[in-house]
Design a protein around this ligand. Structure first.
Ligand code: MSP
Length: 517
């Protein structure tokens, strides 16, 4: 069986999740569900990034200890993901004992390999991004280039990783594997960054400044830099490194039996591409581990012209939208509205337009199909094979798979919705209400109804990755236990199934101050 290991970034435990975090996580969930529907063995990892200055400060501001604070935020993330139907296989927290042990092993390996040295650091630090920036990056205003917040001048002794030594090898890797970073624009950004000399990476913070972290094995007065700690989570969850093993037997080297390393896919927002496409692969090279197969960098949800972000105070709460429209509608909007890789602007109007597709196209098709089978055939799908819409269905499947393979999820979903639209057109063309009045057209009516039931069944499969809840309901109404997998579609039988009509799948919603059009 093929296997697929994919990861989301682990989110800072500095506040509750917003729509931007929900996007990355749902993008991951859609891919995880898609690969499971292809009968692959999937490991889908998400979690929280809990150490460092930013979290330490957030806890202090709330008047709480950092551990207690992180427990609370991790619970908020888990609850949000449960409410949004996110089917992660593991939720990792960087404060877990096994992760801390793997970070220590990772650092010791780098140290033993001669990759670490101590030196003075003088430069500019952004607490918001938990990163140093160069003079050039912060510009004359001395603000970080991501959020535009002031940076701090830091002068201290740090431990450094010889990142610069791996520059050439990394550039070669990117050039030899042109699909390693997608989309291409992001790959070019990384190559642009690597056209300048790559310095070494500070991997520690003095404990006097940051106490909430993992102490270095060889110098307990320093804690591990939070990005090093955080990135290692992907290896921790893979089972590659044995936290309790003796040096040499821990798993630094080729893939161990039973390990899921290397990951097939790291999903990241474009704001954290450098950390994933430069820091992380060089750290892995330093520790002697294989590199992940692919990094997909997506764009930002913006409000007006600005990135949606907690520190800018312009965030949309995904759970509020869920209250009004349901989890599947939130997921549909996020995946259908954003072209993977590009930015998208959140507006309530666009949300309603996308919701309207669900009501008017898919919901309408389901409603009229099930109602007609109930009315004309006592709720039983006729035993006559439905031959209609065969080429449309095949075409939709082809477009869907090829779009998914290139991570153009919005196009895959558009293909599925087009099939639903075609099926509505088929209803108009066949006029089953007229066929029902004419006993001579009984066979034609049977064929119309079986065709529609079959297309609905295919749609439960195609929409399941994005709308698992509604697909489940719809599959049950067509008399299928659950939405078919892609393999099930090959032998799909809808004939003879007992259907139920039920309430509208996507009820019309009137929200204060807005009206559906
Ligand atoms: N903790 C680090 C990641 C460590 S991974 C080893 C971090 N966390 S974060 O909470 O700030 O954001 C993580 C991710 O959330 C971003 O990379 C991005 O994927 C997603 N998003 C946060 N804001 C977003 C938008 N406005 N739009 C889209 N995605 C956004 O960085």
């Amino acid at each position: 069986m093929d296997s697929f290991y994919l990861t989301t970034p682990i989110y800072y435990a500095s506040g509750p999740p917003h729509l931007g975090h929900a996007y990355t996580t749902i993008l991951g969930d859609v891919l995880a569900r898609y690969h499971r529907r292809r009968s692959e063995d999937v490991l889908f990892l998400t979690g929280t990034d809990e150490h460092g200055q930013k979290i330490q400060a957030a806890a202090a501001e709330a008047g709480m200890g950092p551990a207690e604070w992180c427990d609370r935020i991790a619970t908020q993330f888990k609850d949000a993901w449960a409410n949004l139907e996110v089917s992660y296989d593991r939720f990792i927290r960087t404060t877990e004992a096994d992760h801390k042990a793997v970070v220590l092993a990772f650092l010791e390996e780098l140290y033993a390999n001669g990759q670490i040295y101590e030196a003075e650091y003088v430069g500019w630090y952004s607490v918001g991004q938990e990163r140093y920036f160069t003079e050039k990056e912060i510009g004359p205003d001395r603000v970080d280039p991501v959020a535009g917040k002031p940076v701090e001048r830091i002068e201290e002794t740090n431990w450094f990783f010889r990142m610069g030594d791996f520059q050439e090898r990394l550039v070669r890797h990117i050039e030899e594997n042109p699909e390693w970073i997608v989309p291409q624009t992001r790959k070019n950004e990384v190559l642009g960054f690597l056209s300048q000399p790559l310095g070494d990476l500070s991997i520690s913070r003095p404990r006097s400044r940051v106490s909430w972290g993992i102490p270095l094995p060889w110098d307990p007065d320093h804690v591990a830099y939070v990005w090093v700690d955080a990135l290692v989570n992907y290896v921790t969850a893979s089972g590659q490194i044995r936290p309790d093993g003796a040096r040499g037997a821990q798993g630094f080297g080729p893939r161990r039996e039973g390990s899921r390393w290397p990951a097939d896919l790291h999903l990241v927002g474009k704001d954290i591409l450098t950390t994933h496409a430069v820091y992380w692969p060089t750290l892995l090279m330093g520790a002697g581990l294989p590199l992940p197969d692919k990094i997909l960098a997506h764009g930002w949800w913006v409000v007006g012209e600005t990135k949606m972000s907690k520190s800018l105070g312009n965030v949309v709460d995904p759970l509020g939208l869920r209250e009004d429209f349901g989890a599947d509608a939130v997921r549909w909007y996020l995946i259908r509205e954003m072209s993977t890789g590009q930015d998208a602007s959140y507006t309530p109007e666009r949300f309603l337009t996308r919701y309207g597709e669900l009501t008017n196209i898919l919901g309408n098709l389901a409603h009229r199909t099930l109602s007609m089978i109930a009315r004309y055939r006592d709720g039983i799908v006729p035993g006559v094979p439905g031959q209609g819409l065969t080429s449309e269905t095949e075409q939709a499947l082809r477009t869907y798979h090829s779009a998914m393979a290139e991570y153009r999820l919005h196009e895959a979903m558009a293909a599925a919705m087009d099939l639903a639209r075609d099926a509505n057109g088929y209803v108009e063309a066949r006029e089953p209400w007229a066929q029902a009045k004419d006993p001579a057209q009984s066979d034609e009516l049977d064929e119309t109804l079986t065709t529609l039931a079959r297309v609905l069944a295919v749609l439960t499969c195609l929409f399941e990755p994005v709308m698992p809840g509604k697909s489940r309901v719809l599959a049950a109404r067509i008399g299928l236990g659950e939405a078919p997998t892609f393999a099930d579609l090959e032998t799909l039988v809808v004939e003879g199934k007992v259907v139920t009509r039920g309430e509208p799948l996507f009820p019309r919603v009137e929200v204060e101050g807005t009206r559906e059009t």
